[in-house]
Design a binder for this molecule. Sequence first.
Ligand code: GAL
Length: 632
Amino acid sequence: MIFYGGDYTPEQWPEEVWPRDVELMREAGVNLVSLGMFNWALLEPEPGVYTFEWLDRVLELLHGADIRVDLGTPSAAPPPWFARRNPGARLVDRAGHVLGQGGRQSFCPSAPEYAAAAANIADQLGRRYGAHPALALWHVHNEFAGVNAHCYCETCAAAFRDWLRGRHGDLATLNAAWGTAFWGQRYGDWAEIEPPRLAPTAVNPAQQLDYLRFCSDTHLANYRRERDVLRGHSPRVPITTNFMIANCKWLDYWKWAGEVDIVANDHYLASERADRHVELAMCADLTRSLAGGAPWLLMEHSTSAVNWQPRNIAKRPGELARNSLAHVARGADGVMFFQWRASRFGAEKFHSAMLPQAGTGTRIWREVTELGARLAGLGELRGTRVAADVAVVWDWEAWWALELEWRPSVDVTFRERVEAYYARLWEANLTVDFVHPEAALGRYPLVVVPSLYLTTAAAAKNFDAYVSGGGTLVVSYFSGIVDANDTVPDGAYPGALRELLGLTVEEFLPLPAGSTVTLSDGSTADVWTEDVHLAGARAVVSYVDGSPAITRHERGSGAAWYVSTRLHDEFLGRLLRRVCAEAGLAPADLPSTVELVRRPPFAVAINHGAEPVRVHGRDVPAGEVLVFREEA
Ligand code: GAL
């Protein structure tokens, strides 16, 4: 069975509506709902006073209809009484503003009062529902760090110092790691260290990096605390939380992934982008990769428009199914929506739902019920694993480091390069696994490293072993520049990767906005160039002055390519086709509007184009999705 359903908010409706909800859920094929994520004030109206009876009735109703429950803990929405009683647990921004209530997640993630209250309500829920037959899954919190990723209050400052003691041990080590000789920042006492609050100029980048690590770890500790409480009540019920791969830069999900029983992600389309389906595919591949290739759960997406983008573009007919099935194609064993029924009030009343404001006589409702029926017939896919062709390196720490202030060019960003390489591979119908820089790479014929500015010595060694052992590696510019403390290794760039790439970079030559360069093979590029010197590698393509632009270095039985400029998409595609051929990868012979993903023994073909296509002898009409069994 593929899970199908959405966030259910019965608390927003009179109780008479609930039986109709459940009836309609059955009609739509819903078999799982997420419940309770923002109900803290409704379950504990005063500290220590609990009103679970209404939730009991909701669970009974769902259970009676054979609908399973993904039960949320409400810790993302502490009640108003919590903020009033605990002024020290409020969120403080970088400028020192104490942020207000009236929204959600407006609490300091380091606050001990918050930790105690959140653990308590999780405990109450665990006691009451841990053995409930409808309970399929625990859903801790909602989108950790969604809006309170970083707090800069005094409690956080003290917690940061403790965390730093754990990481660096003593002040001398910290001073060395942070390079505090620069601008005379040497610390003589732990109490002198602050979070990187808003300052008149750039704050020490190593300090900023450590703060980002500390914050990610703090949210993770909050997750673990609640998880462990729930585990005590229901050791056999899986526990998860919803990641937000596309929209959250601030959690190091590689660290988080091992802490959940099933990886779950929320994905919302970048609705104004023409290539939004490619971005969707990338996020789905990243989610599966976090799950180590195991099936995962799409915890939230939308049936149509969201309400929080500048312009909330509605999905067009068929897009809902294409989006949902694209996630399934890339390994999701469940597709859930935010939300079951559209709210009539509150901040999200213009957000689409499975059951729109206009009710069941709507296109969205029709498409929702059609999808439910379709998924009911796809149960055999459950548990199958996606077959990937290529690995792309992804690292949150490198992302953070690259995008701190005062880099050589504001036009160089992490996601931009990852997406550019990913999209070219997508067009060639090659399926991507994302990998941590220090992960095992041996099973991939090709590994791509897009702008990995922060490269640890261990990662560099890993890439080297991969290439020496016969792998093909493609490295994009501005990789291997600093270590984990944002420090440049001794000697020429790219310190960590010089030997592997067989070259040095004497100087970065970023380009003025809007200017382009033409290379010796006619390719064009923009944003970034470099003064590259060969030290074992061979130039494959050069800049006009004859200096190397794209190089290839044979090492052991493999090869490491280096691309020192931002090739325009067409030419990056051409280069990657050449490298793929060298690595023995044959792109599928399909139009670039067709997406073909394999979950052996099944395959899923999605036709994003306006014309029908034939895929492996089968017709796929325009805009349609075909799931088929591959020939043995
Ligand atoms: C998610 C969140 C949901 C809802 C949704 C709207 O980020 O988890 O509670 O706000 O966005 O798109």
